[in-house]
Design a protein around this ligand. Structure first.
Ligand code: UT7
Length: 331
């Protein structure tokens, strides 16, 4: 019997209509388009403005896009995972609400949070369920409403993040396509440099905490930047070496869209040509768990069956890593 691998067989995506441009941010904080563009590569980001709509709204939209494109019966979905750092609420899970919203009535579901690496780790989890033979398909959605934890008076964070969602379907494959290898790591000593501190069990969101902006995400940008550059490049090199891949045999780099300079540094470390580096940070900013699936959403038509793809991410925790995946279809 041939080995079962876990392949991505469909992609969906969604970003809200509202566009927040660099020029608009110039009127909100002390910044300018030139600084944001040269330091981050971001020109605009999407924001979910509608009152009362949370991450599940984005996740459901992305999942429905996938379901419609694939012609999938939601009743056939076995597991729904929502990778997110901004769940609708502390409990119950965003995934269970999302599964109900798309009609996945025969699925079980749960959330996964590893900050900006949530989707990357989610790929590992989804693939494990398939490779073990336990389930035939898993719907993995990366979704974040980052605007819900951003202080639009803090220029260090508000210029970076945006809202969005992307979804992929993992299915069992017997042609050895799909996820091939992974290199995943965490270092919790880095959590002080990037966090949304309050609202959890160690730091309840009290009125006093809210007064000092405790509900918002904070980052020590320079430290996160240095660690991101080193670790994303390092895990990418490791995964290439372990799989005897070279710049010539890699077809695509799908790197977490946190900063264009971090993406470029990762690509340069493996000498990869610009045409093979997926980029959409200029349109969406950093959508946290949604960056990797939104790259697939934007580039899907260019991907060919058998393409060698490297996924890489780094984020709060710190959590990071790289995954090697063989693309499974022509669209
Ligand atoms: O996705 C999760 C992981 N997150 C990341 O990977 C983010 C990593 N960090 C970064 O991308 C970058 O550190 C930032 C984009 C956040 C900041 O860029 P930077 O090149 O590291 O800038 P910096 O923080 O070192 O600041 C340089 C200067 C400072 O002024 P002085 O001290 O040199 O006079 C800042 O005050 O730029 C100033 N500055 C700004 N100026 C205009 C900081 N933010 C802004 C701003 N507009 N928005």
């Amino acid at each position: 019997m041939s080995k079962i691998s876990a392949a991505i067989t469909a992609v969906g995506g969604y970003v809200p209509d509202y566009v927040l441009t660099n020029q608009m941010l110039e009127n909100m904080v002390d910044t300018n388009d030139e600084w944001i563009t040269t330091r981050t590569g971001i020109k605009e980001r999407r924001i979910l403005k509608d009152e009362g709509k949370g991450t599940s709204y984005l996740a459901i939209k992305a999942a429905k896009d996938l379901i419609d494109k694939k012609g999938l019966d939601p009743k056939d979905i076995e597991l729904v995972i929502v990778a997110t750092a901004t769940p609708d609420m502390k409990a119950a899970s965003t995934a269970s609400f999302t599964a109900a919203g798309i009609g996945a009535v025969n699925a079980f579901s749960f959330d996964m949070d590893a900050a900006c690496s949530s989707f990357l780790y989610g790929m590992s989890v989804a693939a494990s369920y398939i490779e073990s033979g336990r389930y035939k398909n898993v719907l993995l959605i990366g979704a974040d409403k980052m605007s819900s934890i951003i202080n639009y008076k803090d220029r260090a964070t508000c210029i970076i993040f945006g809202d969005g969602a992307g979804a992929v379907l993992f299915e069992s494959n017997t042609e050895n396509l799909g996820l091939q290898d992974e290199y995943l790591r965490s270092d919790g000593t880095g959590r002080e440099f990037l966090q949304a501190t309050y609202g959890g069990s160690s730091h309840p969101l009290t009125p006093e905490a809210m007064e000092k902006g405790g509900q918002y995400a904070f980052q020590e940008g320079r430290t996160v930047f240095k660690n991101a550059v080193f670790n994303m490049a390092d895990s990418t090199v490791k995964i290439l070496e372990r799989n005897n891949l070279t710049r010539d045999t890699v077809n695509w780099l799908a790197a977490h869209q946190a900063n264009k300079r971090i993406i470029d540094a990762t690509a340069q470390r493996i000498n990869l040509e610009e045409e093979k580096v997926m980029v959409n940070i200029h349109k969406y900013g950093n959508t946290t768990s949604a960056t990797l699936p939104l790259l697939l959403y934007d580039y899907e038509s260019q991907l060919k069956k058998g393409d060698n793809m490297i996924f890489a991410a780094f984020g709060g925790g710190f959590n990071w890593g790289a995954i090697y995946l063989k693309w499974a279809y022509n669209s």
